[in-house]
Design a protein around this ligand. Structure first.
Ligand SMILES: [Zn+2]
Length: 272
């Protein structure tokens, strides 16, 4: 479902283009990539050439998840008396320049608060497909995207700024604790998304959740180790254990209740 190896080597495709993002801005994002990334000319070419069927499928899958997340979060924000501003989403290969720095290739999916963009590296999704296959892989891919969009929701609600302040003012141990809270909250938000998504996509089968979440984490951790030079992926921060992540995802899935995530932030650390 995600681009094959043959499709790599080009900056692939940009869901943002579907979402009303200025293509010029996207070219800039791709054209100024780190050494080894496609130069501007090639990026332009990549944008203008026809997409392969695999690429079309990748784009459509990510776009479906993104579009549905917009429905869910617009409604949840409306209920809370707030206005939801959707994130941008960029699929990339061979590195990408972001407001959070130059991301090398194979860094895995991440969200950059500075440009409110979810960056997806499709090779990550291919690995999930190879490892899990079928509905489990599809569920994992959707979960990973929803988790990154969860970071965007946190950003809009001011939690990212709170964590940022903690990073500047507290000890490493305290900051790690804050980071775990933030990650578990993003998992919870992915669960809330899945609560509403389940009715529409029916992608969650009870046995799938544990294995899919473990695999997503394992592949993520591998990549973080491979990419420890230079760019620090926001996803390289402490995430909590697999058991904690599954617990909070499930709580979101069962409750669909945004209010509960505020409680998560106030719970004593050892009760997370
Ligand atoms: Zn995260």
């Amino acid at each position: 479902m995600w681009p094959s190896a043959a499709a790599r080597g080009l900056v692939i495709l940009l869901v943002g283009a579907l979402m009303g993002v200025d293509p010029q801005q996207l070219l800039q994002l791709m054209g100024n990539g780190p050494p080894g990334a496609a130069p501007g000319g090639r990026a332009r070419e990549a944008l203008e050439r026809e997409l392969t069927p695999d690429e079309v499928q990748s784009r459509d899958f990510a776009a479906t998840i993104l579009a549905f997340s917009e429905d869910v979060w617009t409604e949840q924000f409306r209920r809370a008396g707030e206005t939801y501003e959707p994130p941008k989403m960029v699929l990339f290969a061979e590195g990408v320049e972001t407001a959070c720095g130059n991301a090398p290739s194979a860094v895995g999916p991440f969200y950059c608060p500075g440009d409110k963009t979810v960056y997806l590296d499709p090779t990550f999704f291919e690995e999930l497909e190879q490892k899990l296959g079928g509905s489990k892989a599809e569920f994992s891919q959707a979960y990973v995207i929803a988790h990154e969009i969860g970071h965007h929701v946190q950003n809009l609600l001011g939690y990212s700024a709170k964590a940022d302040r903690a990073r500047r003012t507290s000890s490493k141990t305290e900051y790690n604790k804050m980071s775990v809270r933030l990650e578990l909250q993003a998992d919870f938000l992915a669960g809330v998304w899945a609560h509403y998504g389940q009715q529409k996509f029916n992608f969650v089968e009870p046995g799938d959740i544990d294995e899919a979440m473990r695999s997503a984490k394992a592949i993520g951790d591998d990549r973080i180790q491979k990419n420890s030079r230079g760019f620090v992926s926001p996803e390289s921060y402490t995430h909590g254990t697999s058991a904690q992540r599954t617990k909070w995802f499930r709580l979101g899935l069962q409750s669909g209740d945004l209010d509960m995530m505020k409680k998560l932030f106030d719970l004593p650390y050892d009760e997370l």
